[in-house]
Structure formats: structure tokens, C-alpha cells
Design a protein around this ligand. Structure first.
Ligand code: C2E
Ligand code: CA
Ligand code: CA
Length: 259
């Protein structure tokens, strides 16, 4: 709904996204898509409590393409739920082999939960996998939940009734409003990496993280802190109490066979 000055960068991006879209539409998704898993660690006990599933795409024509690139293209092309189905099946196949107390976090995009059919499809895949829905957390983003607020609300309620957890990803970076956060029946928030980087040397970041941890506690929500890369960051965080941590400090994502 806005006027935009069209630039050569826009043109290059359109070409790049066009290539990605054509390759995605032609892709053998079962063969080309895979899932890697990054540990989520309890900061107090240093035990792995779960893994976040992250999509990987190895295209025969484009090579490795990052999910930051192909997921938005798939969303715009209206084919993201086809990808989601394949990825969720693969992630659940692995999770079925893990110990019962290890959780699986799975990213869903707006489009996946934008209709009740989408949510029913997700539930169908879980039922088929035999994995206990109480072991699964779905990660949604603020942009998703705010723009399609009512649908998101009912999707979250359905998933929760089914036993799954629902986390708000990248908390603090989107179009969040605290009153809406309050109205969504979430189970966890995930504090974005941008607040965590060098927080031991950035008092503003430190205070934000501290407040968000207090907020999650007050609201009875779990809290995952993302993107912890250094010991200094971890040390600064440990003083703030109990929560879960994900980041290169503990481990990058790995293929299931390496876990
Ligand atoms: P996200 O959900 O916020 O995932 C975290 C991203 O940060 C991952 O990148 C992960 O590898 C990276 N990361 C983890 N720890 C660290 C750290 O300590 N430092 C730094 N610098 N980075 C860290 P990845 O795998 O490239 O995924 C990028 C984004 O793509 C994800 O962000 C998510 O929004 C999206 N995505 C990935 N897989 C899926 C999927 O299956 N479905 C959907 N809808 N989106 C996905
Ligand atoms: Ca995520
Ligand atoms: Ca995130």
C-alpha cells in the first residue's frame, strides 16, 4: 500500500527469488529438504531439554539455500505448507527415536496456521507419527500472530488443547503489543538473539533481557534465550535465573545422526 522507489537491488532480488521459486516448485521435496536439530539447554542443569528443528534445502540447481531465503519465497508463492508437511514428518520421525523427556520445537509460518485446515493437517501428521503431542512446541512469530490475530488465537488454542506447546519466536523484534501477548494462550517466549549479543557489555540489552525474563515469569510462561555465543554472555545471563538457552555456545544445529 506504499509507494516504493524501484532500484537495481529490487530487480536483482526479484530475479533471485524467481529462481528460488522455480526451483522450489520443481523440487523433489522429500529428497532435497532435510532437517537439522539444535539443542535447547537448561541453563541451571546444563542438560539438553529439547531440540529445535531447522529446515535445510539442497537444490540440485542452486545448491544449499538458507531457510531465511526460501521460506519467505515459499510463503509468497503459497507453497509453504507443502514444505511444512515434509519437514514436520521428517522432524517427527527423528523425535520418535529420542528419549521421552526430550522435546521437539518446530517452526511454523503464518500461512501454516492461517486456516483451520492447516492446523488440522498438522494434527494429522502428529497423530500419524506416534509422537506424544505433549513433547512438541510450535514456534510462531509475532508478525504472524498480530496480523492474523483471531485465527492465530484459535490455532494456538487448538494446538494447546491437543497437548502441544506454542512459543512466540523472536520476541521483541516484531510488531508486538503487550496486550496482544497477554491475549494469546502461549506457553513460552523466545527472546531474540539481537538482545543477547554482547549483553554483558551493553547495559540496555541486559536490562531488556532481564525485564523480558521477569515478564515471562509473571505471566507464567517458559522462556528460551536464543543466540548465546560466548561464555561472557552466558555468565551475564546466569545471574538472571532459570530459563532455557539455545546458541552456538552450546552447539550449532546438527543432522539427526550426529545428535
Ligand atoms: P529462527 O527460528 O530464529 O532460528 C534460529 C536461527 O539462528 C537458525 O538459523 C540457527 O542456526 C541460528 N542460530 C542458532 N544459534 C545461533 C547463535 O548462537 N548465533 C547465531 N549467529 N545464529 C544462531 P537458520 O537455521 O538459518 O534459520 C533461519 C530462520 O529460518 C529461522 O530463524 C526460522 O525463522 C526460519 N526457519 C528455519 N527452519 C524453518 C522451518 O522449518 N519452517 C519455517 N516456517 N521457518 C523456518
Ligand atoms: Ca525458531
Ligand atoms: Ca528465533
Amino acid at each position: 500500500g506504499n509507494a516504493v522507489l524501484f532500484s537495481t537491488e529490487h530487480e536483482a532480488e526479484i530475479h533471485r527469488n524467481g529462481k528460488i521459486e522455480r526451483a522450489l516448485r520443481a523440487a523433489d521435496l522429500h529428497k532435497e529438504l532435510s532437517v537439522v536439530f539444535q539443542p535447547i539447554v537448561d541453563a541451571r542443569t546444563e542438560k539438553t531439554v529439547g531440540f529445535e528443528a531447522l529446515a535445510r534445502w539442497n537444490s540440485p540447481t542452486l545448491g544449499h539455500v538458507s531457510p531465511d531465503q526460501f521460506i519467505p519465497v515459499a510463503e509468497r508463492a503459497g507453497i509453504v505448507s507443502r514444505l511444512m508437511r515434509v519437514l514436520l514428518e521428517k522432524a517427527l520421525t527423528e523425535a520418535a527415536d529420542w528419549p521421552d523427556d526430550i522435546r521437539l520445537s518446530f517452526n511454523v509460518s503464518n500461512h501454516d496456521i492461517n486456516s483451520s485446515e492447516g492446523v488440522i493437517r498438522i494434527i494429522g501428521i502428529i497423530l500419524k507419527s506416534g509422537v506424544d503431542p505433549r513433547r512438541i512446541d510450535f514456534e510462531i512469530t509475532e508478525t504472524a500472530s498480530m496480523r492474523y490475530f483471531e485465527q492465530a488465537q484459535s490455532a494456538i488454542t487448538t494446538l494447546k488443547t491437543f497437548g502441544c506447546g506454542v512459543s512466540l519466536d523472536d520476541f521483541g523484534t516484531g510488531y508486538s503489543s503487550l496486550s496482544q501477548l497477554h491475549a494469546l494462550p502461549l506457553t513460552k517466549i523466545k527472546i531474540d538473539r539481537s538482545f543477547v549479543t554482547e549483553l554483558h557489555e551493553r547495559p540496555a540489552s541486559y536490562k531488556i533481557v532481564k525485564s523480558l525474563i521477569a515478564l515471562s515469569r509473571d505471566m507464567g510462561l517458559g522462556c528460551v534465550i536464543e543466540g548465546v555465543e560466548t561464555e561472557n554472555e552466558l555468565k551475564a545471563l546466569l545471574g538472571l535465573g532459570g530459563f532455557e538457552i539455545k546458541g552456538y555456545y552450546y552447539s550449532p544445529p546438527w543432522p539427526a545422526a550426529e545428535l
